[in-house]
Design a protein around this ligand. Structure first.
Ligand code: TA6
Length: 311
Protein backbone atom coordinates (compact mmCIF):
# COMPACT_ATOMS: atom_id res chain seq x y z
CA UNK A 1 0.00 0.00 0.00
CA UNK A 2 1.43 3.35 -1.00
CA UNK A 3 0.06 5.76 1.56
CA UNK A 4 -0.15 9.37 0.52
CA UNK A 5 -1.56 12.68 1.64
CA UNK A 6 -5.02 12.18 3.07
CA UNK A 7 -7.66 13.76 0.90
CA UNK A 8 -11.04 14.53 2.31
CA UNK A 9 -14.06 16.42 1.10
CA UNK A 10 -12.84 19.34 3.14
CA UNK A 11 -9.21 19.08 2.11
CA UNK A 12 -7.39 20.11 -1.02
CA UNK A 13 -7.18 17.54 -3.78
CA UNK A 14 -5.26 17.22 -6.97
CA UNK A 15 -4.11 14.83 -9.66
CA UNK A 16 -2.68 11.53 -8.51
CA UNK A 17 -1.09 9.92 -11.51
CA UNK A 18 -0.79 6.16 -11.18
CA UNK A 19 1.09 6.17 -14.45
CA UNK A 20 4.12 7.74 -12.80
CA UNK A 21 3.75 5.90 -9.53
CA UNK A 22 2.88 2.48 -10.98
CA UNK A 23 4.41 2.52 -14.44
CA UNK A 24 1.85 1.52 -17.09
CA UNK A 25 -1.06 1.61 -14.70
CA UNK A 26 -4.36 3.40 -14.79
CA UNK A 27 -4.92 6.90 -13.59
CA UNK A 28 -6.65 8.17 -10.50
CA UNK A 29 -7.82 11.77 -10.60
CA UNK A 30 -9.53 13.46 -7.71
CA UNK A 31 -11.66 16.18 -9.22
CA UNK A 32 -14.68 18.32 -8.46
CA UNK A 33 -17.85 16.38 -9.20
CA UNK A 34 -21.53 17.32 -9.19
CA UNK A 35 -22.64 19.79 -6.55
CA UNK A 36 -18.97 20.71 -6.05
CA UNK A 37 -18.39 17.41 -4.23
CA UNK A 38 -14.96 15.79 -4.73
CA UNK A 39 -14.83 12.47 -6.53
CA UNK A 40 -12.11 10.01 -7.46
CA UNK A 41 -12.05 8.94 -11.11
CA UNK A 42 -10.40 5.57 -11.72
CA UNK A 43 -9.29 4.69 -15.25
CA UNK A 44 -8.18 1.17 -16.04
CA UNK A 45 -5.79 0.68 -18.96
CA UNK A 46 -8.54 -1.34 -20.73
CA UNK A 47 -10.75 1.75 -20.92
CA UNK A 48 -12.97 0.72 -18.03
CA UNK A 49 -13.52 3.44 -15.47
CA UNK A 50 -15.28 4.17 -12.20
CA UNK A 51 -16.17 7.26 -10.20
CA UNK A 52 -16.41 7.36 -6.42
CA UNK A 53 -17.52 10.40 -4.43
CA UNK A 54 -15.86 10.98 -1.07
CA UNK A 55 -19.42 11.78 0.04
CA UNK A 56 -20.51 8.37 1.26
CA UNK A 57 -17.59 6.65 -0.55
CA UNK A 58 -20.36 6.45 -3.10
CA UNK A 59 -19.60 4.65 -6.35
CA UNK A 60 -21.66 6.52 -8.92
CA UNK A 61 -20.20 5.22 -12.15
CA UNK A 62 -18.79 1.95 -13.46
CA UNK A 63 -18.23 1.96 -17.22
CA UNK A 64 -16.98 -0.93 -19.36
CA UNK A 65 -16.34 -0.16 -23.07
CA UNK A 66 -17.96 -3.44 -24.14
CA UNK A 67 -21.11 -2.97 -22.04
CA UNK A 68 -21.47 0.76 -21.32
CA UNK A 69 -22.61 2.11 -17.95
CA UNK A 70 -23.47 -0.66 -15.48
CA UNK A 71 -24.87 1.45 -12.64
CA UNK A 72 -28.01 3.60 -12.56
CA UNK A 73 -27.99 7.12 -11.10
CA UNK A 74 -31.19 9.13 -11.07
CA UNK A 75 -31.24 12.31 -13.15
CA UNK A 76 -33.00 13.89 -10.15
CA UNK A 77 -30.40 12.83 -7.60
CA UNK A 78 -29.15 15.31 -5.03
CA UNK A 79 -25.41 15.88 -4.84
CA UNK A 80 -25.41 17.74 -1.55
CA UNK A 81 -23.79 17.23 1.85
CA UNK A 82 -26.19 15.47 4.26
CA UNK A 83 -28.28 14.01 1.40
CA UNK A 84 -27.77 10.55 -0.12
CA UNK A 85 -27.00 10.21 -3.81
CA UNK A 86 -29.86 8.34 -5.52
CA UNK A 87 -28.31 5.46 -7.41
CA UNK A 88 -24.87 3.91 -7.86
CA UNK A 89 -23.77 1.94 -4.77
CA UNK A 90 -24.87 3.60 -1.52
CA UNK A 91 -23.19 2.18 1.60
CA UNK A 92 -25.74 1.40 4.31
CA UNK A 93 -24.21 1.38 7.83
CA UNK A 94 -24.70 0.87 10.77
CA UNK A 95 -28.41 0.39 10.06
CA UNK A 96 -30.35 -0.91 7.04
CA UNK A 97 -33.61 0.78 6.10
CA UNK A 98 -35.65 2.07 9.00
CA UNK A 99 -35.02 -1.01 11.13
CA UNK A 100 -33.67 1.13 14.00
CA UNK A 101 -33.54 4.67 15.47
CA UNK A 102 -30.94 6.04 13.03
CA UNK A 103 -31.65 7.93 9.79
CA UNK A 104 -32.82 5.57 7.00
CA UNK A 105 -29.92 3.28 5.98
CA UNK A 106 -27.66 4.82 8.65
CA UNK A 107 -25.23 7.72 8.39
CA UNK A 108 -22.37 6.28 6.27
CA UNK A 109 -23.89 7.25 2.92
CA UNK A 110 -24.23 10.91 3.93
CA UNK A 111 -20.85 11.26 5.65
CA UNK A 112 -17.57 12.64 4.29
CA UNK A 113 -15.13 9.77 3.96
CA UNK A 114 -11.37 10.09 3.65
CA UNK A 115 -9.52 8.86 0.59
CA UNK A 116 -7.08 6.64 2.46
CA UNK A 117 -4.87 5.09 -0.18
CA UNK A 118 -4.47 3.16 -3.38
CA UNK A 119 -2.72 0.12 -4.82
CA UNK A 120 -1.93 -1.25 -8.21
CA UNK A 121 -2.42 -5.02 -8.10
CA UNK A 122 -0.43 -7.68 -9.94
CA UNK A 123 -2.95 -7.97 -12.78
CA UNK A 124 -3.02 -4.22 -13.42
CA UNK A 125 -6.21 -3.70 -11.43
CA UNK A 126 -6.56 -0.38 -9.64
CA UNK A 127 -7.55 -0.41 -5.98
CA UNK A 128 -8.67 2.60 -4.00
CA UNK A 129 -9.44 2.80 -0.29
CA UNK A 130 -11.82 5.04 1.62
CA UNK A 131 -12.22 5.30 5.38
CA UNK A 132 -14.87 6.61 7.74
CA UNK A 133 -14.31 6.84 11.48
CA UNK A 134 -16.54 7.92 14.30
CA UNK A 135 -16.71 11.61 15.11
CA UNK A 136 -18.80 13.83 17.35
CA UNK A 137 -21.73 13.66 14.94
CA UNK A 138 -21.78 9.87 14.56
CA UNK A 139 -21.20 9.34 18.28
CA UNK A 140 -24.20 11.54 19.01
CA UNK A 141 -26.30 9.24 16.83
CA UNK A 142 -24.62 5.92 17.60
CA UNK A 143 -22.39 5.86 20.69
CA UNK A 144 -19.81 3.42 19.39
CA UNK A 145 -16.27 4.21 18.11
CA UNK A 146 -15.82 2.42 14.78
CA UNK A 147 -13.76 2.36 11.63
CA UNK A 148 -15.53 1.61 8.32
CA UNK A 149 -13.38 0.89 5.26
CA UNK A 150 -14.38 0.54 1.64
CA UNK A 151 -11.97 -0.86 -0.94
CA UNK A 152 -12.94 -0.77 -4.63
CA UNK A 153 -10.90 -2.77 -7.13
CA UNK A 154 -11.43 -1.99 -10.81
CA UNK A 155 -10.35 -4.56 -13.38
CA UNK A 156 -11.10 -4.84 -17.07
CA UNK A 157 -14.64 -6.19 -16.64
CA UNK A 158 -14.99 -6.65 -12.88
CA UNK A 159 -15.59 -4.32 -9.97
CA UNK A 160 -14.99 -5.72 -6.49
CA UNK A 161 -16.13 -3.84 -3.41
CA UNK A 162 -15.00 -4.87 0.06
CA UNK A 163 -16.33 -3.35 3.27
CA UNK A 164 -14.58 -3.65 6.62
CA UNK A 165 -15.90 -2.71 10.06
CA UNK A 166 -13.70 -2.49 13.16
CA UNK A 167 -14.87 -1.92 16.72
CA UNK A 168 -12.52 0.77 18.07
CA UNK A 169 -14.39 1.14 21.32
CA UNK A 170 -14.54 -0.54 24.70
CA UNK A 171 -17.97 -2.14 24.34
CA UNK A 172 -19.52 -4.56 21.87
CA UNK A 173 -21.84 -3.22 19.20
CA UNK A 174 -24.25 -4.69 16.65
CA UNK A 175 -24.56 -3.35 13.12
CA UNK A 176 -26.13 -3.91 9.74
CA UNK A 177 -24.20 -3.11 6.57
CA UNK A 178 -25.05 -3.29 2.86
CA UNK A 179 -24.10 -2.27 -0.65
CA UNK A 180 -27.39 -0.88 -1.96
CA UNK A 181 -26.50 -1.32 -5.64
CA UNK A 182 -28.64 0.22 -8.40
CA UNK A 183 -28.14 -1.48 -11.78
CA UNK A 184 -28.89 0.28 -15.05
CA UNK A 185 -31.17 -1.90 -17.22
CA UNK A 186 -32.83 -1.44 -20.58
CA UNK A 187 -36.40 -2.15 -19.36
CA UNK A 188 -37.72 -3.56 -16.08
CA UNK A 189 -40.24 -5.62 -18.09
CA UNK A 190 -37.31 -7.45 -19.75
CA UNK A 191 -35.27 -7.91 -16.58
CA UNK A 192 -35.12 -10.74 -14.06
CA UNK A 193 -33.05 -11.89 -11.10
CA UNK A 194 -31.84 -15.49 -11.06
CA UNK A 195 -30.51 -17.65 -8.23
CA UNK A 196 -32.96 -17.05 -5.38
CA UNK A 197 -35.38 -19.94 -5.90
CA UNK A 198 -36.30 -21.71 -2.64
CA UNK A 199 -34.76 -18.87 -0.58
CA UNK A 200 -36.79 -17.45 2.33
CA UNK A 201 -37.48 -13.74 2.12
CA UNK A 202 -39.00 -11.03 4.27
CA UNK A 203 -41.46 -8.97 2.25
CA UNK A 204 -41.37 -5.28 3.24
CA UNK A 205 -44.71 -4.83 1.46
CA UNK A 206 -46.34 -7.42 3.73
CA UNK A 207 -45.09 -6.00 7.04
CA UNK A 208 -42.00 -8.18 6.83
CA UNK A 209 -43.90 -11.47 6.56
CA UNK A 210 -41.77 -14.44 5.54
CA UNK A 211 -42.24 -16.32 2.26
CA UNK A 212 -40.19 -18.73 0.15
CA UNK A 213 -39.23 -17.77 -3.38
CA UNK A 214 -40.77 -20.13 -5.91
CA UNK A 215 -39.53 -18.50 -9.11
CA UNK A 216 -36.29 -19.43 -10.84
CA UNK A 217 -36.42 -15.99 -12.43
CA UNK A 218 -37.84 -13.13 -10.36
CA UNK A 219 -39.67 -10.80 -12.71
CA UNK A 220 -41.24 -7.39 -12.04
CA UNK A 221 -44.80 -6.18 -12.56
CA UNK A 222 -45.24 -4.18 -9.33
CA UNK A 223 -43.11 -2.81 -6.48
CA UNK A 224 -40.86 -5.48 -5.05
CA UNK A 225 -38.99 -4.92 -1.78
CA UNK A 226 -37.67 -8.17 -0.31
CA UNK A 227 -34.80 -9.23 1.93
CA UNK A 228 -33.66 -12.73 0.90
CA UNK A 229 -32.19 -14.32 4.00
CA UNK A 230 -28.93 -16.34 3.88
CA UNK A 231 -29.05 -16.15 0.09
CA UNK A 232 -26.68 -18.05 -2.21
CA UNK A 233 -23.36 -16.32 -2.79
CA UNK A 234 -23.97 -16.10 -6.53
CA UNK A 235 -26.98 -14.46 -8.19
CA UNK A 236 -27.48 -12.83 -11.58
CA UNK A 237 -29.34 -9.90 -13.04
CA UNK A 238 -30.54 -10.78 -16.53
CA UNK A 239 -30.96 -7.64 -18.61
CA UNK A 240 -32.51 -9.09 -21.75
CA UNK A 241 -32.92 -5.75 -23.50
CA UNK A 242 -29.19 -5.06 -23.23
CA UNK A 243 -28.31 -8.71 -23.88
CA UNK A 244 -26.16 -8.64 -20.75
CA UNK A 245 -26.00 -10.47 -17.48
CA UNK A 246 -24.53 -9.05 -14.29
CA UNK A 247 -23.00 -11.73 -12.09
CA UNK A 248 -22.95 -10.90 -8.39
CA UNK A 249 -20.61 -12.97 -6.19
CA UNK A 250 -20.64 -12.18 -2.46
CA UNK A 251 -18.61 -13.34 0.51
CA UNK A 252 -19.64 -12.94 4.14
CA UNK A 253 -22.63 -10.82 3.13
CA UNK A 254 -25.43 -13.34 3.77
CA UNK A 255 -28.49 -11.41 2.63
CA UNK A 256 -29.71 -10.01 -0.67
CA UNK A 257 -32.34 -7.29 -1.19
CA UNK A 258 -34.30 -7.08 -4.42
CA UNK A 259 -36.08 -3.75 -4.91
CA UNK A 260 -37.89 -1.89 -7.62
CA UNK A 261 -40.09 1.03 -6.50
CA UNK A 262 -42.55 0.75 -9.44
CA UNK A 263 -44.94 3.63 -10.15
CA UNK A 264 -46.45 4.90 -6.88
CA UNK A 265 -43.22 4.92 -4.85
CA UNK A 266 -41.32 6.45 -7.79
CA UNK A 267 -43.78 9.36 -7.77
CA UNK A 268 -43.22 9.83 -4.03
CA UNK A 269 -39.44 10.05 -4.29
CA UNK A 270 -38.39 13.65 -4.98
CA UNK A 271 -34.91 12.58 -6.11
CA UNK A 272 -36.17 10.00 -8.61
CA UNK A 273 -37.98 10.44 -11.93
CA UNK A 274 -41.51 9.08 -12.14
CA UNK A 275 -40.53 6.73 -14.98
CA UNK A 276 -37.01 5.88 -13.85
CA UNK A 277 -38.21 2.63 -12.26
CA UNK A 278 -38.26 1.29 -15.81
CA UNK A 279 -34.48 1.65 -16.14
CA UNK A 280 -33.23 0.35 -12.80
CA UNK A 281 -33.26 -2.54 -10.40
CA UNK A 282 -31.61 -2.81 -6.99
CA UNK A 283 -29.94 -6.07 -6.04
CA UNK A 284 -28.21 -5.39 -2.75
CA UNK A 285 -25.81 -7.49 -0.68
CA UNK A 286 -25.28 -7.18 3.03
CA UNK A 287 -25.73 -8.19 6.65
CA UNK A 288 -29.39 -7.27 7.09
CA UNK A 289 -31.72 -9.96 8.46
CA UNK A 290 -29.50 -10.62 11.47
CA UNK A 291 -27.19 -7.87 12.70
CA UNK A 292 -23.52 -8.72 13.12
CA UNK A 293 -21.85 -8.15 16.50
CA UNK A 294 -18.28 -7.05 17.16
CA UNK A 295 -16.54 -7.12 20.51
CA UNK A 296 -13.92 -4.44 21.21
CA UNK A 297 -11.06 -4.72 18.72
CA UNK A 298 -12.87 -7.22 16.49
CA UNK A 299 -13.16 -6.78 12.74
CA UNK A 300 -15.68 -7.87 10.10
CA UNK A 301 -15.34 -7.73 6.37
CA UNK A 302 -17.47 -8.69 3.41
CA UNK A 303 -16.98 -8.54 -0.33
CA UNK A 304 -19.16 -8.33 -3.43
CA UNK A 305 -17.68 -8.81 -6.91
CA UNK A 306 -19.64 -7.64 -9.96
CA UNK A 307 -18.86 -8.87 -13.45
CA UNK A 308 -20.69 -8.93 -16.76
CA UNK A 309 -21.19 -11.19 -19.71
CA UNK A 310 -23.32 -11.03 -22.82
CA UNK A 311 -26.25 -13.43 -23.33
O1 TA6 B 1 -33.73 -1.24 -1.01
C1 TA6 B 1 -34.73 -1.41 -0.15
C2 TA6 B 1 -35.14 -0.12 0.56
O2 TA6 B 1 -35.03 -0.29 1.94
C3 TA6 B 1 -36.55 0.25 0.12
O3 TA6 B 1 -37.47 0.01 1.15
C4 TA6 B 1 -36.45 1.72 -0.27
O4 TA6 B 1 -36.75 2.53 0.84
C5 TA6 B 1 -35.01 1.81 -0.71
O5 TA6 B 1 -34.29 1.01 0.21
C6 TA6 B 1 -34.47 3.21 -0.86
O6 TA6 B 1 -34.28 3.81 0.39
P1 TA6 B 1 -33.82 5.36 0.41
O7 TA6 B 1 -33.66 5.71 1.84
O8 TA6 B 1 -32.53 5.43 -0.34
O9 TA6 B 1 -34.92 6.11 -0.30
Amino acid sequence: MIAYQRISAKGAFGMIDCQNEFGAGGLIDVVTGKGGLPKAVLRHSSGSCAEIYLHGAHITKWYIPKFGDVLFVSKESFFEPNKPIRGGIPVCFPQFGSSGPLPQHGFARTSDWELAGRDRLENGAIAIDFRLKDDEETLSLWPFPFCLDLRAVLEEETLTVTLGVRNRGQQAFKFQVALHTYFSISDIHQTSVAGLREVRYSDALSEGALFTESASLIRFDREIDRVYIEAPDKVEVLDEGNHRKVMIAKQNMPDIVVWNPWTAKSQRMVDFGDDEYLQMVCVETGVIARSAELNPGEHWNGTTAFSLTTF
